[in-house]
Design a binder for this molecule. Structure first.
Ligand SMILES: NC(=O)C1=CN([C@@H]2O[C@H](COP(=O)(O)OP(=O)(O)OC[C@H]3O[C@@H](n4cnc5c(N)ncnc54)[C@H](O)[C@@H]3O)[C@@H](O)[C@H]2O)C=CC1
Ligand SMILES: O=c1[nH]c(=O)c2nc[nH]c2[nH]1
Length: 614
């Protein structure tokens, strides 16, 4: 790249054009905003886990020719990663003098803030959801968009109540029945966990088998249905601007490169073999800031079109390695609707796993390749890539490409089969075949935004011989049990060629115990618990497959209905709560649910905590 190809770096912050000077490659977006005096965006955990630094980024998607809006964690976003984009922080959403945004008004009047530290982050996550939704979001989408925001004093109930007024009213979430419906027509009651015959499809019908559900209440007078956005527009200059490569410096000799084609990227990689490639920076950012690792040359591959390519064909899906996890989720949801059901068993497993992967802000920036190449032993996705026969396509600096099965890619603790002159180009996921089933597993301390204690991906391909089903191929992979995502090879071997029946289940459970060894004192602790999870995951898998094949082959031996709660998906239950109390007016506001005086400031104002610094 010639020096004169580099152009002036700019961004917009709350509608104001800002030139990004050279020399800030070490800086995060959060630091930059706070230096501008926009201190409503908070530094909480600094590792993308709490959401108090949430801002909305708007960028122009040249492929679809649309503006896209999404929430990000400013604490991990390198400043230069938002070059050419519009960043809206809490100060750009509403204003005390000009008026609060309906979201802010609703949050304040619903008692949705107490100390106010996390409040701007909650508003921004919800704001990004509203701006990116064509219609009113569902209640499930609201819950999902807030999964990456932690509140430690107010409590989630009033926050959700405040935002629920913006949801469309008949949300399938509360019944969750699309996912809870078993294929034989019976249902697992979302309340009791036992089979029931209510067959309800809507929220109100679900309430008939779940007496404990309450009508949602909100203290605010906001009618979210009337919300129409009259917000800061996407700056026209950014629509017209050409995407160009960047080279910018920073403290301690850091250089930031932004190539905009695969060829640029491979040239840079050839010139700087030790350069650190990054996309979402959700791993590299933590390494540099919290672990103090130094990477003098950073190459941001986020905007390389070849690494963002999508190709859906008759064999499967090929996705570029820089594709964001939220995009991957959208793609899987789309193909599940469009393709024959038997082809998308793996896609459905990924959808379920991604639903519980980190928070929305992380999924909006973290990419497929970042998760694969980090090769974390608790990666939620790598066991699934391995189990579902995915292939990784690697390319070297000369442009020579090779493919490797995902199951052979991981070599050890954060070690993969890729040289320093290579990068991950794309991932190919084949469609599943009739009688081929893939399932995901994850157990964590909390469901939302948490790393797994143990996770897994399992696949079985069955073959009908007369009345019986035999295992033609199988993959059993666990995460969180070894320094790398681990194939239970002996269990796989045991399964292949065998008749799929309850004896096989018992035999496999025995082999897993010697196949997956977690020694006393192994990192992560909880050895007995983790061992039992490996068995219970397989047990669930066996039940789940049996339940599915029973629809195809009713002669197959089944399990009693009491076991069937183990095969249902875990829906995202809403935080519905109700508080009953008698208000006794005592001549003053004592006893009345008054909105506290700081509330309207906390929802927009750049309050600065003494402990925060500037
Ligand atoms: N901070 C958090 O709360 C969470 C972080 N994560 C992490 O986020 C990561 C997801 O991706 P990003 O943020 O985009 O990662 P990143 O930009 O931080 O890069 C992570 C690693 O992947 C490598 N890499 C990325 N793309 C590559 C490619 N195409 N070829 C070769 N190497 C490549 C990078 O060099 C780096 O070593 C996962 O690794 C996961 O561990 C996941 C969930 C939560
Ligand atoms: O695959 C992953 N899933 C997670 O939830 C996570 N958190 C940190 N790193 C992670 N990797």
């Amino acid at each position: 790249m010639e020096q004169n190809e580099f152009m002036e770096a700019i961004m917009y912050v709350n509608g104001v054009r800002r030139v990004l000077p050279d020399g800030l490659a070490h800086m995060t977006l959060l630091e930059y905003l706070r230096d501008l005096g926009l201190t409503g965006t908070k530094l909480g955990c600094g590792e993308g886990g709490c959401g108090s630094c949430t801002v909305m980024v708007s960028s122009y998607d040249r492929e679809s020719k649309t503006c896209v809006h999404y929430a990000v964690n400013a604490c991990l976003a390198p400043l230069y990663s938002v070059e050419g984009m519009h960043v809206i922080s809490i100060e750009g959403v509403g204003h005390r003098k000009l008026g609060l945004h309906p979201l802010q008004e609703s949050l304040a009047s619903s008692h949705g803030s107490q100390c106010g530290f996390c409040t701007p982050g909650f508003v921004m996550s919800m704001y990004a959801l509203l701006r990116s939704s064509k219609n009113s979001p569902s209640e499930e989408e609201i819950e999902e968009c807030l999964a990456g925001n932690l509140c430690r004093c107010t409590g989630y109930r009033p926050i959700i109540d405040a935002f629920r007024v913006f949801a469309k009213s008949d949300d399938a979430l509360y019944s969750g029945l699309s996912s809870l419906s078993l294929q034989d027509g019976s249902n697992i009651c979302p309340s009791t966990g036992k089979p029931c015959s209510c067959g309800s499809k809507t929220t109100s019908e679900a309430a008939t088998c779940n007496e404990d559900r309450f009508q949602s209440i909100s203290y605010s007078d906001i009618d979210g249905a009337k919300y129409t956005d009259k917000e800061l527009i996407f700056p026209p200059e950014l629509l017209l601007r050409k995407l160009a490569p960047l080279k910018l410096g920073g403290n301690e000799g850091i250089t930031w490169y932004r190539p905009v084609s695969l060829q640029n990227l491979l040239e840079l990689k050839a010139n700087f073999p030790d350069a650190k490639l990054l996309v979402g920076n959700t791993e590299v950012g933590i390494e540099m800031r919290l672990k103090r690792l130094q990477y003098p040359v950073l190459i941001s591959a986020a905007q390389v079109p070849e690494l963002n390519a999508l190709n859906v064909n008759d064999n499967g899906i090929e996705v570029g390695s820089a594709l964001r996890l939220s995009e991957l989720l959208r793609l899987f949801r789309k193909v599940v609707k469009e393709r024959p059901a038997h082809e998308t068993s793996a896609c459905k497993a990924f959808i379920e796993q991604l639903k519980w992967f980190a928070g929305t802000q992380i999924r909006n920036v973290a990419c497929i390749g970042g998760n694969i190449c980090t090769a974390s032993p608790i990666s939620d996705l790598n066991p699934l890539w391995m189990a579902s026969r995915a292939e990784f396509r690697i390319i070297n600096c000369n442009g020579d490409a090779r493919s490797i099965p995902a199951k052979d890619f991981f070599l050890g603790y954060r070690k993969v089969d890729m040289g320093s002159n290579e990068i991950l180009l794309s991932v190919f996921l084949p469609w599943t075949r009739p009688l081929e089933y893939v399932k995901e597993f994850k157990q964590a301390h909390r469901r939302d935004d948490d790393i797994a204690i143990v996770n897994g991906g399992m696949r079985v391909f069955l073959e009908e011989k007369g009345q019986q089903l035999f295992v033609s191929d199988a993959s059993i992979v666990y995460g969180g049990v070894a320094p790398l995502s681990l194939r239970a090879r002996n269990t796989e071997e045991l399964l292949i060629g065998k008749n799929w029946n309850k004896c096989l289940l018992q035999d496999a459970l025995k082999v897993i115990q010697s196949d997956v060894l977690i020694k006393e004192g192994a990192p992560g602790g909880m050895v007995e618990f983790r061992k039992s999870l490996t068995l219970s995951f397989f047990f669930k898998f066996f039940l789940w497959v049996t339940h599915h094949v029973n629809n195809v082959n009713p002669t197959i031996e089944t399990f009693p209905p009491s076991h069937m709660s183990a095969v249902q998906l875990v829906p995202r239950f809403s935080r519905i709560g109700k508080q009953d109390y008698e208000t006794v007016k005592q001549g003053t506001s004592v006893g009345l649910p008054e909105v506290h005086l700081s509330a309207r400031m906390q929802v927009f104002w750049s309050i600065c905590w003494l402990a925060e610094g500037p």
